[in-house]
Design a protein around this ligand. Structure first.
Ligand code: C5P
Length: 262
């Protein structure tokens, strides 16, 4: 079975509170991209995991990998090959999306939250609103496909450290998400982790600055990946080429997000 695990992009990520156990309450508009990891599963005896691809370095091939833990929840036996195209610790849910792909294909979706706050939203590749700590997800209609450039400056952002650097945890939510999500509305939204991430690494500001010609540039998740929304695929490809040429050590990809309609 061939499975795709798209990148998760937080078009908006508002931190609206904190639970007694320390987890933060979020209000986020999440979309997924055509670009992502690829998994191949084949049923058989036992469980084995092999990881290859441009971001396979340092990715465990045992129980430490969320894919393995998802396979255990799904009671899947056989081989899994994970082709890693998404950088990890990057705010685009690579590991969560990989795990969700296994749960979706082989069962156990009801236990997604056990694997991480971002895993439930990754069970669908359609635009969704994510609330609570990540467990409350609902489909959002009226989100178009956006031409995106994803840029990662190679900085691994430890999510707990970024949350700790937050100065305010009781920010306003997104309110009513309009019937048609427009750039103008998105511009009025925020990623509340962005300021905290800028305090953790100066590279965030450099990364956002590289997307200066985008219609909207924002950080995804707890960073360090930032995205730019461009008017069409050509301008996204041109911006990606420009940034990749200036920053050969960065990860830069032009892609599209998956719309509500398909
Ligand atoms: O659930 P996950 O393993 O993805 O979360 C990683 C860390 O991010 C948590 O240990 C917590 O410090 C922080 N976090 C949070 N509030 C959330 C999600 C994650 O504080 N809603």
């Amino acid at each position: 079975m061939r499975l795709t695990a798209p990148a998760k992009i937080n078009l908006a990520l508002h931190v609206v509170g904190q639970r007694d156990d320390g987890y933060h309450l979020l209000d986020s508009l999440v979309v997924f991209t055509e670009f992502g990891d690829v998994l191949d599963t084949q049923e058989g005896a036992g469980l084995s995991l092999r990881v290859s691809g441009p971001f396979s370095d340092g990715v465990p091939e045992d129980r430490r990998n969320l894919v393995w833990q998802a396979a255990e929840i799904a009671a899947f036996c056989g081989t899994i090959h994970l082709e890693k195209h998404l950088p990890h610790g990057a705010g685009i849910g690579g590991g969560s999306s990989d795990a969700a792909a296994i749960l979706r294909a082989h069962g156990g979706a009801a236990r997604a939250l056990e694997l991480g706050a971002d895993v439930p939203v990754c069970l669908s590749e359609r635009p969704q609103r994510m609330e609570g700590i990540g467990e409350a997800v609902s489909a959002v209609s009226g989100v178009p496909s956006f031409d995106l450039v994803l840029v990662n400056p190679g900085v691994h952002m430890p999510t707990p450290a970024v949350f700790r650097a937050l100065t305010r945890k009781d920010n306003a939510g997104m309110g009513v998400v309009p019937e048609h999500v427009t750039l103008a509305w998105l511009r009025g939204q925020r990623n509340d982790l962005e300021a905290a991430a800028r305090d953790v690494s100066a590279q965030i500001a450099v990364c956002l600055e590289s997307l200066h010609d985008a219609e909207l540039a924002r950080m995804s998740g707890s960073g360090s990946t930032c995205f730019g929304i461009y008017p069409d695929a050509q301008s996204a490809a041109a911006a990606a080429a420009r940034i990749a040429a200036a920053r050969p050590d960065w990860w830069v990809v032009a892609t599209r997000s998956i719309s509500s309609a398909g």
